[in-house]
Design a protein. Structure first.
Lengths: 208, 251
């Protein structure tokens, strides 16, 4: 089996690479590439994302054929895909960071700034927060409810269909922090930075 | 609920961990990779490396340390010291740092903070501010605390937030190495001035100081070095103590 981490030149993905390689050891091949042929032939895809919604979407669009390839992989062929942080946010129809930007439109909804309640909550939301598992998800196998995960973000994904939400976290309001829709998975937190429990989530995804 | 973070800081020189008492009189306290691993296994919420003599010496050692550490530690790793350019930041991030802290260069060239936070995202740009009380206000110091500037630390904090810093790491030069506790007034003043998270640093000698930093100084994270390095307290000791005082921590 091989798992491809999409390298679309947007943000720092070395921690994602290190964590997947740590979990995969020798049993699974981890590829890091923007080569659309390699993505097409892989079994699973990881879509990381750092920086702004717009810069990530631009990063995807700057690579010829990448968005079409991801659409084919996740929507047509229904192969497992995991989005992390802005990688998850890009599932939305639209994002409002800096300027209105069209997302991938895989899970209907929008990405807006977290309401900081007039400065009561500092942004970015940085640090370890507990997840509240609201729907069973395959990537939460053997993950206890209220586990701590590492977050760093100022924007939140608000899906229209609440059934896709698998976990929320409490910061100003109940922020969506994990989604599952068929073969598409996403975490707002960073499993690659969430110590052993985060590595377990990565293991669950690899083992799907 | 978001937890307050405990961050052990390892001062690194030529690839080895040292901790200065007021930035002189250095002692060797071991291998940074192994120490970072011990801390992350022990429950540290993040690890911080400060390359203390980066401005004067060969920088390559820190890249190797970061590279090796990031393959063993799966909690966030912040690296600072001698960060001068977009290229420096890029290299550290590529080696596996999750955040980079910018100190002197942020003072000399605030544009670097603006450009780097746009390029890499605010989440990985920490501005480290060394402040010292001069007369009735806090002034920003640069070059590891050696050079005084005329810049007011509170004003500078706000400016850095506007430039796109994701967090501020504030060190009191009056307290650093003294073990008599954080400069609470400084922390409180900066925390109320900005809407980004504040990491308090400089002066921790016991667990009550960590408590004060969070409770009185309104810091979102507390950074300490010596109390952890020399085995006085473990990270877990610190967390259990804070928990017993009603401070939310990850245990």
């Amino acid at each position: 089996m091989n798992v491809t981490i999409v390298d679309y030149k947007s943000g720092n993905i070395s921690s994602v690479i290190n964590s997947f390689k740590e979990v995969a050891k020798d049993k699974v091949k981890i590829e890091v590439t923007s080569d659309i042929n390699k993505i097409k032939s892989s079994d699973k895809v990881v879509l990381p994302g750092q920086g702004s919604f717009k810069s990530c979407v631009d990063g995807l669009n700057n690579i010829n054929g990448l968005v079409d390839t991801l659409n084919e992989f996740a929507i047509t062929n229904k192969k497992p895909l995991l989005g992390i942080c802005v990688g998850l946010q890009m599932f939305a129809d639209i994002g409002y960071e800096d300027t209105e930007t069209k997302g991938l439109g895989w899970i209907s909804g929008k990405v807006s700034k977290i309401n900081n309640q007039n400065g009561k909550y500092k942004l970015p939301h940085i640090g370890w927060n507990q997840i509240n598992i609201v729907n069973e998800s395959k990537i939460f196998k053997d993950i206890e409810n209220n586990s701590h995960m590492y977050f760093v973000h100022s924007y939140e994904f608000i899906p229209n269909d609440k059934n896709v939400i698998s976990a929320t976290t409490d910061y100003s309001s109940n922020i969506v922090c994990a989604v599952e829709k068929d073969n598409i998975f996403g975490t707002q937190f960073h499993p690659e930075k969430s110590d052993k429990i985060g590595l377990k989530i990565i293991d669950n995804f690899i083992s799907l | 609920m978001l937890k307050n973070r405990i961050i052990p800081c390892l001062d690194v020189k030529n690839g080895r961990v040292v901790k200065g008492i007021n930035f002189v009189d250095l002692k060797d306290a071991g291998d940074p990779v192994e120490q970072a691993k011990i801390y992350s296994d022990g429950g540290a919420d993040e690890i911080c490396f400060l390359d203390i003599t980066a401005s004067n010496e060969n920088r390559d050692t820190i890249y190797h340390v970061v590279e090796k550490t990031s393959k063993k530690c799966f909690v966030p790793l912040t690296v600072g010291g001698g960060v001068r350019s977009i290229d420096d930041i890029n290299k550290l991030l590529n080696c596996g740092a999750d955040k980079v802290s910018i100190n002197t260069a942020a003072v000399q060239n605030p544009d670097l903070v603006e450009k780097s936070s746009k390029k890499f995202g605010s989440q990985c740009i920490v501005v480290a501010i060394d402040a010292k009380k001069v007369n009735d206000c806090w002034k920003v110091f640069t070059h590891g605390g050696r050079n005084e500037t005329e810049i007011d630390a509170l004003e500078f904090s706000k400016q850095m937030e506007i430039c796109g810093a994701g967090e501020l790491l504030v060190t009191s030069m009056d307290r650093d190495g003294t073990q008599i506790g954080y400069d609470i007034d400084l922390m409180k003043s900066i925390s109320s001035k900005v809407n980004i998270p504040l990491i308090a640093s400089g002066g921790v000698g016991n667990l009550d100081h960590l408590l004060d930093g969070i409770k009185l100084g309104n810091a979102n994270a507390v950074l300490a070095a010596s109390i952890f390095h020399y085995g006085k307290y473990s990270i877990l000791d610190a967390k259990k103590y804070l928990d017993s005082k009603g401070i939310p921590v990850r245990i």
